[in-house]
Design a protein around this ligand. Sequence first.
Ligand code: ADP
Ligand code: MG
Length: 324
Amino acid sequence: DLTINKIAAGEVVERPSSVVKELIENCIDAKSRKIIIEIVDGGKKSIRITDNGIGIFSSEVEKSFLRHATSKIKKIDDLYDLYSLGFRGEALASISSVSKLEMITKTKEEPIGTRVMVEGGKIVLKEPVGCINGTTIIIRDIFYNTPVRQKFLKSTHAETINISDLINKLAIGNPAVQFKYINNNKNMLNTPGDDKLLSVVRSIYGKDITENLIEVNYECNKFSLYGYIGNNNVYRSNKNLQHIYINNRFVKSKIILDAINESYKSIIPINKHAVCFLNMDIKPSAIDVNIHPTKLEVKFEDEQEIYIELRDFLRRKLLSSSLI
Ligand code: ADP
Ligand code: MG
């Protein structure tokens, strides 16, 4: 079983940033309002994530490391109505099988918390501990027991960039959550958690970027859309300024990007890439997020219709905007 977890880990845990992604998504699923991420050496030495969410009951702690034991799907119908970020019950099992993991967690219902240590998938310690409500997970020595994978880790610099990009994306997608990110003792990001998308964008990119953005707020019978778009000529041609979310989950969606770029191009021919911070809310049954374990790619049931609706709306929006 430990071997199966180690193999499965190849799917979920590619690099330190994938660990950070899974752990932060768990914090969000646990209704945290504040998440602190501390990494050392690009996450290769350690990753520590602290949240103020619901915590895990002492009696449930072991279960959280079991493969496919998720607390988030109670019945098969839940699979078709997927709003929580995690649902496979794979992350903790996988991560703990290829690292040394420490977890400290406490629910508000229990007077005392629990501390566990897991090494290579085996629980080596479980004890009661005094702590505040919420969960802290520390990952040390990722891939210590899979030397080949360890060898393929990139430089500290490259891994750090991956993690920083990821945290930016997660922060943008969750403006109501305060994200504090510390890299080698250096403060990298601190979002206010005031539920304002622009506040997060400012925290990450500085005040200037928000000056040329157009607010977008649209609803039709297929989806609703909220966020900001901008013309990248004002900034640099930088693909990092394209952030697309579906139901608050960041995704790669060629359809949505094409629609934005198309609508811009039809109005300002010189534009290369549009800037966007956009969230689309759509009913989960109209999309398939389950086509890859990292859940980045999304397929729409009705691609062409979504594309046309979006492109035409954005074109109207741009034409009526004072910035054009
Ligand atoms: P999944 O998220 O797919 O359910 P995971 O392996 O990521 O699977 O997590 C397993 C379980 O551990 C979750 O279902 C949840 O019950 C619990 N859990 C993990 N992280 C946290 C956290 N930060 N706060 C509360 N519960 C957590
Ligand atoms: Mg999860």
